[in-house]
Design a protein around this ligand. Structure first.
Ligand SMILES: Nc1ncnc2c1ncn2[C@@H]1O[C@H](COP(=O)(O)OP(=O)(O)OP(=O)(O)O)[C@@H](O)[C@H]1O
Length: 331
């Protein structure tokens, strides 16, 4: 196994609860893993422990079967083959892009430095702006320089901490795909920490979900979305309609499970009463760009959310709501 995280726990002195609690998983060579969780779920602590920057209370990290020593066992914290890209990457303000990157290659001979910087400029699509100073760069360009710097010495493992937090939405989508391409092209194994599930869907081969320091699920993005392990994971990755007993009865769902849910895009709209359909009044219609979000009120006064690509219905109109039983999330 390329990277193994084994039984890692960490509690900060001032805190009552563990920040990271008995976490184990592994990462394959060349894989991109996203660690997703809300603020305070322990993502950064775990990332720093993996990188040898933070001391765990228990557990070990192995990179290619060699232990990544914790800070207490090293003269300088960190690991020579693991690089980390922080949220607030800062370039040297008086150095241009080229010199900022080559600085991290200063221990190599000048020919290799020039060769590697050219490679990185091409890989990270920075050609043409290599003579620009940091204050002349856009947020996306700055982020690509951060990546070029982090990849300069060909790390075995790259750790990225919320790499998109300082970017606006339009830039984010484009840059996420670019970063995924750069990591894949350079065959870099990476762990990306993010609180945004959309980052994880776009970038990751697998997603690890953290909640209150515990690892809830590690799986491929579509599995985490379609087969979440519990209600918390289901709700983290998008809106869901929860069936209470009354609502389940309305839709003639007989179940013994404790929770049944359905995603709003798996709720169907009919215009006349079809079998098992339930009549509901439209409360709100919001245009969301790629779809309309309807909030409807069921006969038992419960709200239900529906995503639909087209609607000519109006607020207060009645529609028939049907559910696709194959798409129910049952826990
Ligand atoms: N240096 C520290 N001293 C004490 N408690 C800390 C320290 N760093 C983190 N914590 C606590 O540990 C828990 C996990 O924090 P961590 O920063 O790892 O979470 P996170 O998921 O990365 O959060 P965010 O997304 O807000 O950065 C939180 O309760 C936090 O308050």
């Amino acid at each position: 196994m390329f990277l193994e995280v084994k039984n890692i726990s960490k509690k900060y002195q001032q805190q009552a609860e563990k920040a990271v609690s008995n976490i184990s998983f592994s990462v394959d060579k060349g894989e991109i893993l996203a660690i997703v969780g809300e603020s305070g779920s322990g993502k950064t602590s775990l990332l720093h422990i993996i990188g040898g920057l933070l001391e765990p209370d228990e557990g070990s990290i192995f990179l290619e079967n060699e232990r990544v020593l914790p800070p207490s066992a090293r003269l300088v914290a960190g690991h020579p083959h693991i690089n980390i890209v922080h949220q607030n990457f800062k370039m040297f303000p008086l150095f241009n892009v080229y010199d900022n990157i080559s600085y991290f290659l200063r221990h190599y001979n000048i020919d290799y430095q020039n060769h590697r910087v050219s490679e990185l400029l091409s890989l990270c699509k920075l050609e043409g702006i290599e003579r620009k100073l940091p204050n002349e760069l856009s947020g996306g360009q700055l982020q690509r320089v951060a990546l070029a710097v982090a990849l300069a010495n060909r790390p075995k493992l790259l750790l990225l901490d919320e790499p998109f937090s300082n970017l606006d939405a339009s830039l984010k989508l484009y840059l996420k795909k670019e970063i995924a391409n750069i990591l894949k092209e350079s065959k870099t194994t990476a762990i990306i920490v993010t609180h945004d599930p959309q980052d994880a869907f776009l970038l990751a081969d697998r997603i690890a979900v953290l909640h209150q320091g515990k690892l809830l699920q590690v799986d491929k993005p579509h599995i985490v979305y379609q087969f979440p392990i519990n209600q918390y994971v289901a709700q983290l990755f998008g809106e869901v309609n929860l069936f209470d007993n009354g609502t389940a009865e309305l839709f003639q769902l007989t179940h013994k499970q404790s929770s049944i849910m359905i995603r709003p895009h798996d709720v169907l709209i009919g215009n006349k009463k079809t079998l098992n359909a339930v009549e509901a009044a439209i409360k709100t219609i919001d245009f969301m760009g790629a779809f309309y979000r309807l909030e409807v009120v069921l006969p038992n006064d419960k709200a239900f959310i529906i995503y639909t690509s087209f609607t000519d219905a109006q607020v207060n109109e009645k529609i028939c709501v049907q559910i696709d039983k194959q798409k129910l999330l049952i826990f």
